[in-house]
Design a protein around this ligand. Structure first.
Ligand code: SF4
Length: 318
C-alpha cells in the first residue's frame, strides 16, 4: 500500500532508539526541534501539488503524539490526508494505550501505519511492543494499510534475539544498510572496504533523478533532500518552496548538485582540497566516502550539506 511517490515530513531528529543503521543519526539525545503545524501544512500542500503522498516520520514522531495529531488534523482540513506514519512502536506499552492512540490518528485522517522491525530497532524496542502496535493496527486500519502487512511473532522475536548477539554488529544482508549517518560510523568499519580510486568512478545519476525518486524528505530545519542522501540538499524551505525545489531540472540548474549527480563523490574532492580535507584510502561505499567528506565540509558549507545534526555522533556508536 505504500504509494509510489512520497513526500516525507520528518517531524524530529529525536527518537526513543539510536539504531546502528540510522541514516539521520536519530537518538534520544538529538536536537528537539519539531516541524510546526503551519510548516507541515505548507509542506503537505507542496508535496500534494507534486503528486506525492504525505507521510510523517522521524526520529520517532509519536514521541510527540499530541503535536502529530494536530498536524494530521491541520493537513486533513486543507484536503491533504496523511498516507501513513512511520514508527518504531516503542510507545505501544499496553493494548489500551495503543488502541486509543491509533484510533485517534485514524479518526484524524491517517490512512495507514508503517512499523520498523529489524535487528537494529530491536536492540532498543522490545519485540512485544512493536508486535502489539502492528497487530492492533491490522485490526483498525486493515492489513492492506499496514507495513508489514504480514509478520509472525517468531520473526520479531528472532530480530530481538539477533539484537543481543554478534550479528548486531554486522550488516544485515537482508536490510540493505546504507552507509551514511550512524551506519557510516558504526557499521561501515566492519564492512568490506573498497579502494578510493574505484569509488571515485561511481556517479549518482539515478539518485538525483528527483522527479522519479520514491521519497523526498523535509527535516525540522527546512532542509529538503532525497531521503537516501540526508545532508545533500535540494535547498531549504527558508528560501524556496518544496514545489519548486523537488524537480530534476532544479538539480540540473544547480552546479554543485549537477556535478554530484554526474560525478558522484568525486565532485566533492575540489571542495575537500580547498579546506585541506584528505579522504581516506578506502570506504564501505561511495555514500560512505560522500558522508565522510561532507561531515568535514558542513562547517564551511552549512546550506549545501547541513544540518550538523545528521553528522553528530549520538546514541551508542561504538
Ligand atoms: S554518494 Fe552522496 S549524493 Fe550520491 S547517492 Fe550517496 S549520499 Fe547521495
Amino acid at each position: 500500500m505504500i504509494p509510489s511517490y512520497n513526500g516525507q515530513i520528518m517531524m524530529t531528529y529525536r527518537c526513543s532508539a539510536a539504531c546502528r543503521h540510522c541514516l539521520v543519526m536519530a537518538a534520544p539525545d538529538q536536537d528537539d526541534a519539531l516541524v510546526s503545524v503551519g510548516a507541515a501544512v505548507e509542506y503537505g500542500l507542496d508535496f500534494a501539488a507534486l503528486g506525492r503522498a504525505v507521510l510523517i516520520a522521524g526520529g520517532e514522531a509519536l514521541l510527540y503524539f499530541e503535536h502529530v495529531l494536530s498536524v494530521v488534523r491541520a493537513l486533513a482540513a486543507v484536503g491533504v490526508p496523511v498516507a501513513f506514519i512511520e514508527s518504531n512502536g516503542s510507545w505501544c506499552v499496553s493494548d489500551a494505550l495503543t488502541r486509543e492512540r491509533l484510533a485517534k490518528l485514524q479518526d484524524a485522517g491517517v490512512r495507514g501505519m508503517y512499523f520498523s522491525v529489524d535487528r537494529y530497532h530491536q536492540e532498543f524496542v522490545p519485540a512485544e511492543r512493536v508486535y502489539r502496535g502492528i497487530s492492533i493496527a491490522w485490526e483498525l486500519f486493515g492489513r492492506d494499510n499496514v507495513i508489514p502487512e504480514r509478520l509472525s511473532w517468531e520473526y520479531v522475536r528472532e530480530a530481538e534475539r539477533l539484537a543481543q548477539g554478534p550479528e548486531l554488529l554486522q550488516c544485515d544482508p537482508g536490510h540493505g544498510v546504507h552507509f551514511v549517518g550512524r551506519a557510516a560510523v558504526d557499521l561501515a568499519p566492519r564492512a568490506a572496504l573498497v579502494p578510493l580510486d574505484q569509488l571515485l568512478t561511481q556517479d549518482c545519476r539515478a539518485d538525483w533523478e528527483v522527479d522519479k525518486l520514491h521519497e523526498i524528505q523535509v527535516d525540522p530545519f527546512g532542509f529538503v533532500r532525497p531521503d537516501w542522501c540526508p545532508g545533500v540538499n535540494l535547498g531549504n524551505t527558508r528560501s524556496g518552496r518544496i514545489a519548486d525545489l523537488c524537480h530534476t531540472r532544479h538539480v540540473q540548474q544547480t552546479p554543485l548538485l549537477r556535478d554530484i549527480a554526474a560525478q558522484g563523490p568525486a565532485a566533492l574532492l575540489p571542495l575537500a582540497e580547498r579546506y585541506a580535507i584528505t579522504p581516506g584510502p578506502s570506504y564501505a561505499s561511495r555514500c560512505h566516502l560522500c558522508f565522510d567528506l561532507r561531515r568535514q565540509l558542513v562547517q564551511h558549507m552549512p546550506e549545501e550539506f547541513g544540518p550538523p545534526q545528521v553528522y553528530q555522533v549520538t546514541g551508542r556508536c561504538r
